[in-house]
Design a protein around this ligand. Sequence first.
Ligand SMILES: Cc1cc2nc3c(=O)[nH]c(=O)nc-3n(C[C@H](O)[C@H](O)[C@H](O)COP(=O)(O)O)c2cc1C
Length: 260
Amino acid sequence: MNLAKQHTSRYAITVTLILSILIAALVFGLIVLLRPDEAAHEDAEFKRDLLSIAGIYDANKPIDEQFKQVTIKLVDLDAGRFTEKFENVEVFDQRAASKNPELSDPVAAEDDIAKLIRREKYAKVFLVNDKNGLSKVILPVRGYGLESIMSGFIALDKDLNTIVGFGFYEQFETPGLGGEVDSPAWKALWIGKKIYSATGEVKIDVIKGHVDNQAVDAEYKVDGLAGATLTSNGVRNLLKFWMGDTGFKPFLANLKNGDA
Ligand SMILES: Cc1cc2nc3c(=O)[nH]c(=O)nc-3n(C[C@H](O)[C@H](O)[C@H](O)COP(=O)(O)O)c2cc1C
């Protein structure tokens, strides 16, 4: 190789090296810069989902301002009472807890109608207050549909029995079939329905076909999704799980008695 050629290739290697370092620094810088943005975006999205499902989202108001009416608390599900176990409730990751052996328990096969395998010991609950005190309680629920775990919230009126909002913020059922759990028309069917019978059993149900609104127990029934009975069954089962003794029933009973 002659001297001129050697110079050219050394020059090319140096330029490539410098460029690579510059690009890597730029990418790293962008990642660091955008990370807080991403976290803030996720936080806003979570709050928007929660308020929307509960039917109290106002697109014209800043999300953080709206969220001031919401108090986040942690519930010990077995005890059915609020717990101070974790200092910063807001950052408690319930989904991660459900997979952590120290923070979750296996679900007995006969109880595992929502197909969760493990259930976390602690759950986040969201209390909405107005000038008269507690106005709504929003609870996280999840369970298997046909193809995916469906995760959402159910919002109850202050009677702790009447549904004021129900929906999923994440599900991967088939669009047009099970995916219709997200359709506004279906979600609207849940409003005003009741969960518990007079004797306290979980009576809410998803039926095949249409509910006869004149029937005595129509307030406990919701139309199943046409062509998606398996997803509809999943919704019924996850509600039975989370509203029953395996979920929030002990907590709601204590809250009703002012003993949570
Ligand atoms: C490609 C494909 C995707 C499907 N996705 C769903 C689904 O997301 N949820 C569901 O319940 N059924 C789904 N089904 C239909 C179920 O296999 C089953 O037929 C249906 O749940 C029965 O409901 P039906 O009694 O209301 O017809 C799917 C079927 C096919 C072929």
